[in-house]
Write a protein that binds this ligand. Structure first.
Ligand SMILES: C[S@@+](CC[C@H](N)C(=O)[O-])C[C@H]1O[C@@H](n2cnc3c(N)ncnc32)[C@H](O)[C@@H]1O
Length: 209
């Protein structure tokens, strides 16, 4: 594995009013969505800590830590993190396997006039199905689905920052895909529930830009 850990400071400033409004509306929509699904499975959708994620994205932007502005969320759920990335002026895309979540994400971006792109499909590239071989039968990560990169017209190596909230026991999938396909210098930001966020950079070779 060629991922270098980048320590995240604990004193990142809180989001401004525009972001707070987006987060409040996202919370309202997520509550309504989960309420509607009440007796059905959420298909593995659980929201991350958007305030905490935004602070790190902002810190990456302010510190010019990324090699560029191409952002991708793996398993974008209601699209909140992708929308937050778009508020920073980044070219933000989200890939989500559940079609109704993709629709919700598009509506959220539209409500805040944010130029985010959402694709219905899988973030696991064609030919990488072996990453699911060691997953437990109860895994939330879904295998199969259409190749989202074909729809996007972009590959993993085209992105400067990738965000994911993998379930416990499924982290290795995200790390393996990032290590295999991301460009040298790209950043991987992951959310780990109570353990918070982790930021890593793909190391080795020559960095872009
Ligand atoms: C734990 S949720 C996180 C949602 C969102 N990233 C957030 O931070 O709120 C994981 C999401 O990944 C989606 N997912 C699972 N397997 C996927 C796959 N192979 N490709 C794309 N999305 C997937 C689920 O439907 C779910 O919405």
């Amino acid at each position: 594995m060629t991922l270098e850990l980048i320590p995240i400071p604990s004193d990142t400033p809180p989001p401004d009013r525009r972001i707070v409004a987006l987060l409040d509306e996202a919370d309202r929509r997520i509550e309504a969505f989960l309420g509607e699904r009440q007796n059905r499975s959420t298909g593995g959708f659980v929201p991350s800590d958007f305030d905490a994620v935004y602070r790190v994205l902002r810190w990456i932007e302010d510190g010019h830590l990324a090699t560029g502005t191409a952002f991708l969320e793996w398993g974008s759920g209601l699209g909140v993190v992708t929308c937050l990335a778009a508020t920073l002026g980044w070219d933000a895309c989200g890939i989500e396997i559940q079609g109704d979540l993709v629709e919700q994400a598009e509506r959220l971006a539209e409500a805040f006039d944010l130029p985010a792109t959402f694709v219905h499909g899988t973030f696991i590239p064609t030919g990488d199905d072996d990453v699911g071989d060691t997953l437990a039968a109860s895994a939330w990560l879904q295998m199969g689905g259409s190749d989202a990169y074909e729809d996007l017209g972009l590959d993993i190596e085209d992105f400067d920052v990738i965000f994911a909230y993998p379930w416990p026991g499924e982290h290795h999938v995200v790390e393996t895909l990032f290590d295999r396909h991301a460009a040298v210098g790209a950043l991987l930001l992951t959310y780990h529930g109570l353990e918070g966020l982790m930021l890593r950079r793909k190391a080795g070779g020559r960095m872009r830009r």
